[in-house]
Design a protein around this ligand. Structure first.
Ligand code: NOJ
Length: 550
């Protein structure tokens, strides 16, 4: 029977729970806060929520270090609050997606505690290698966050592998017992009624046999031996066959450095093991592989990334569309213009929302939140930021190093959601919150934008509603025009009976309206524009959506 891929008609909202909304007044975002805001999310036009991890965790990587997969952290309200949120989500006809982090656990997870003591059956749950303390490491791989990928464990007297922080030991997915644990976790949440999973760095879970050394110079040393490893498709197929196929759910794979061609081996609708993929190419228009190696923004690179994925997945797989999440600085500060804040915020929304795929909007994106710029590096919380700050560009003045963090840090997008202009931006009633608020909150906040028909928030609402009303957004063929333009992103979406043209200016100056051949405006209807008075040319950062109907 053909699967109903309901996620294709949806728009998701990503909640990074610590900073979303505090409902019980302790200064930490929680599920009680989410419950208060379900109507807000629904009114934005979103039908689904993806939660970054809300499980018990020591918080070494803000929840991506899980200590118990089958519970909800008390700091977020525990299972009681979760069940209410799940019910509230479903009562509104929405879906809920959990974050599944199975490449690694927390070192405080019971499995790791037992594994380091060689207690059966946990002995081989992790990737242990012999060696000598302060001796030669098992191989030359780097971790993504904190130096080398190996840490010596005194208790076991061996090294363990961690591709991320020291407190995030990698699971040994080659062990069938570990895969059974994963299946138990999947069933546990699906039986409770959740609708799917976003799977954290899922392409890393199968490591090459023998864990060979990498060459000397790659940026992510070791990656070629663990990204898309030898048994990745086998394991994902096993999870699908044994669990996922028995539920009406979807899976979203996070896949660093994946090309559309490779993505098809995971998400092809006939042969794939998963449904959608979070690609990183659309995040690399102003950096080299990672935000920490910044480059000037290139519109052509951004367009190429989006267009490649649109063309190559067409008719075979479904795109996941995003501009922001908890791992990247804010998009207006990167691809847009803080000077033309409102205009560029709306243009970026338009550039994204009329492509084919399922959009994911990250908390605060809908009000155009900007990068946070702390005056002191000690204000950063994120493990990756702290490590990078302490270890890179040491020959540069402190001020230059700090500015680099403003631009690159994940914390730039993890400040508290700005709900109104009261203390702590209305995030909490506590005097002190767990993290900082961007001082621009009196100017940029939900309450103010809710009341302003011309706000970024109201533009998102309108654009999402429009997207849902236009069959060509779901079904139409995508085609990019004026590919070489360094100022405009122009694409059309065409299906029998309906044709759309999306025109976005990425210039801070007036420009000519770039009209591709064959699009006659005298027959067109202007459905969306971020200026009240569209003229014959384009204003700075102007965007338009036109429709032709036959
Ligand atoms: C990707 C997640 O999005 C990120 O936040 C996390 O730190 C790493 N994976 C490690 O789990």
């Amino acid at each position: 029977m053909e699967r109903i891929r309901w996620y294709k008609d949806m728009v998701f909202y990503q909640i990074w729970p610590r900073s979303f909304k505090d409902g019980n007044g302790d200064g930490m975002g929680d599920l009680w806060g989410v419950l208060e805001k379900l109507d807000y999310i629904k009114a934005l036009g979103c039908d689904g929520i993806w939660f970054s991890p809300i499980y018990p965790s020591p918080g070494a990587d803000c929840g991506y270090d899980i200590a118990d997969y089958m519970d909800i952290s008390p700091e977020f309200g525990g299972m009681e609050a979760f069940k209410q949120v799940l019910e509230g989500v479903h009562a509104r006809g929405m879906k809920l997606v959990m974050d599944l982090v199975i490449n690694h656990t927390s070192d405080e997870h019971e499995w790791f505690q037992k594994s380091r003591q060689r207690i059966a059956p946990y002995t081989d749950y992790y990737i242990w290698r012999k060696g000598e303390k302060d001796g030669k490491l098992p191989n030359n791989w780097d971790s993504n966050f904190e130096g080398k990928a190996w840490t010596w464990d005194e208790v076991r007297g061996e090294y363990y592998l961690h591709l991320f922080a020291v407190k995030q030991p990698d699971l040994n997915m080659d062990n069938p017992l570990v895969r059974e644990e994963v299946k138990k976790i999947l069933r546990f949440w699906l039986d409770m009624g959740v609708d799917g999973f976003r799977e954290d760095v899922i392409t890393y879970i199968s490591k090459k046999d023998g864990l060979p050394n990498d060459r000397v110079f790659p940026i992510y040393k070791g990656m070629r031996h663990y990204n898309h490893g030898p048994r990745i498709h086998e394991y994902l197929a096993e999870f699908k066959r044994d669990v996922l196929d028995h539920y009406d759910c979807f899976t979203l794979a996070e896949a660093p450095l994946v090309s559309p061609k490779r993505a098809l081996s995971y998400i092809d609708e006939h042969r794939g093991q998963m449904d959608m993929m979070i690609q990183f190419q659309c995040q690399c228009a102003d950096c080299l592989f990672t935000d920490y190696i910044p480059l000037p923004f290139s519109l052509r690179r951004m367009k190429k990334a989006f267009t490649d994925w649109q063309y190559k997945l067409a008719g075979r797989a479904w795109n996941m569309l995003y501009l922001e999440n908890h791992d990247h600085p804010r998009i207006i500060s990167r691809y847009g213009s803080e000077k033309f804040w409102k205009e560029s915020g709306k243009t970026l929304a338009t550039a994204l929302l009329f492509q084919q795929g399922t959009p994911f909007i990250y908390q605060g994106q809908e009000i155009g939140m900007l990068n946070w710029q702390p005056e002191n590096p000690d204000m950063y919380e994120d493990v990756q930021t702290r490590y990078t700050y302490a270890h890179s560009s040491l020959n540069k003045p402190a001020e230059v190093r700090l500015k680099k963090m403003w631009r690159s840090s994940r914390d730039s997008a993890r400040t508290l959601v700005q709900w109104d202009d009261s203390a702590n931006a209305g995030f909490t009633t506590a005097v002190k919150s767990w993290f900082h608020v961007n001082p621009n909150y009196p100017r940029i906040n939900v309450a103010q934008q809710d009341a302003d028909p011309d706000s970024i928030l109201n533009f998102y609402r309108k654009a999402i509603a429009l997207r849902k009303s236009l069959p060509a957004v779901r079904h139409g063929e995508y085609r990019e025009h004026l590919r070489l333009s360094g100022k405009h992103y122009v694409y059309s979406r065409t299906m029998p009976g309906e044709r759309l043209l999306v025109v976005c200016s990425f210039s801070g100056k007036e420009t000519k309206l770039p009209l591709p051949r064959g699009f006659d405006l005298s027959q067109a209807e202007l459905l969306l524009c971020n200026y009240a008075t569209p003229g014959t040319g384009l204003h700075p950062w102007e965007c338009r959506v036109y429709r032709w109907q036959e």
